[in-house]
Unconditional design. Structure first.
Length: 259
């Protein structure tokens, strides 16, 4: 499966990285971090739909993303329209990096989610050091012990956790964990096919007090309208905003219209 390959590549990257900066040192840096914190959770709890705008260069399923505007223009558009930002840091399949994240962090006072395949504590300490406000926990790649430990570690570091699920089993695990922010990924990480019906189906099982984020495959007014009717709290949107000539206008239209 594609997911297995991505995780193995991430393990290799982490092993290489630790030879340059060890876990003891990155943990010390995280504990000493004094940067400003922006609440990802609060950004998604306000009245109406929230939008998480993504910085994303490529994906394994669709290849390189062709942006019509430069980085600074995108930064300005996102800052004026979205409620939070997501930035890919996975190197081999999404062409992200910590350096990419750092540039995004410097350019915005919005909460920023580090989006990666988080499989070791090292990555959580690093997320804190680079100024992340939240991290992604993908239930499909974590067993129950890892999911619990990483959720607790995120909390200890002052990081909000977006717990991503794709089916009923993973949703049950997220709810048992007590996750406040649940992301339903419409993309099946086994084969990267997309089905918006995943959110429609699982939404009925998510308690109203949870913050629910719809992820992946949101590209049209009809997609937005469908998911709004489901009662989601936020959209995490990557390719559609990355390919838009005016992503700020598109984000505002989807927040205010397409009901």
């Amino acid at each position: 499966m594609i997911l297995d390959v991505i995780v193995e590549d991430k393990k290799r990257r982490l092993n290489e990285q630790k030879r340059t900066l060890g876990e003891t040192e990155i943990r010390r840096m995280a504990e000493q971090y004094q940067g400003e914190r922006h609440s990802f959770l609060e950004a998604l709890c306000k009245e109406g739909i929230s939008i998480i705008g993504e910085f994303k260069k490529a994906s394994p399923s669709l290849g390189e993303i062709k942006s019509k505007i430069n980085f600074l223009e995108r930064m300005e558009e996102y800052n004026g329209a979205v409620d939070a930002i997501s930035c890919l840091t996975e190197e081999d399949h999404f062409h992200g990096s910590v350096a990419y994240f750092t540039e995004v962090r410097k350019g915005s006072s919005l909460p920023v989610l580090r989006k990666d395949f988080m499989i070791e504590p090292y990555q959580f300490y690093e997320a804190k050091v680079i100024g992340a406000d939240a991290v992604l926990l993908i239930a499909a790649i974590l067993d129950d012990v890892m999911l619990r430990d990483f959720y607790q570690l995120s909390s200890e570091l002052g990081l909000d956790a977006l717990v991503e699920v794709h089916d009923e089993r993973d949703l049950e695990r997220a709810l048992k964990l007590g996750a406040e922010i649940i992301g339903i990924n419409n993309r099946d990480l086994r084969d990267f096919s997309i089905h918006l019906e995943t959110t429609v189906r699982l939404r009925k099982l998510v308690p109203k007090e949870k913050v629910l984020v719809a992820e992946s495959g949101i590209r049209t007014d009809a997609d937005v309208a469908l998911l709004k009717r489901c009662g989601v709290d936020a959209f995490l949107i990557g390719r559609a905003l990355m390919e838009a000539e005016h992503p700020g206008l598109l984000a505002k239209r989807w927040k205010e219209g397409a009901a």
